[in-house]
Design a protein around this ligand. Structure first.
Ligand SMILES: [Zn+2]
Length: 47
């Protein structure tokens, strides 16, 4: 059940995978066992 990680990042606000085009800020941190970008989506950043 691998999602397309290259097109997603983990939103620390939502706590779930969000598509890259919704990214507001990315932290690019190692996460899980692969390099998975962390960030905030536009929705969380507006709070
Ligand atoms: Zn979010």
């Amino acid at each position: 059940m691998m999602v397309q990680l290259e097109e997603h990042f983990y939103c620390v606000g939502c706590g779930k995978m969000v598509r890259m085009y919704e990214a507001k800020s990315l932290f690019r941190t190692g996460f899980f066992r692969v390099v998975l970008p962390l960030g905030c989506c536009s929705g969380c950043s507006q709070v």
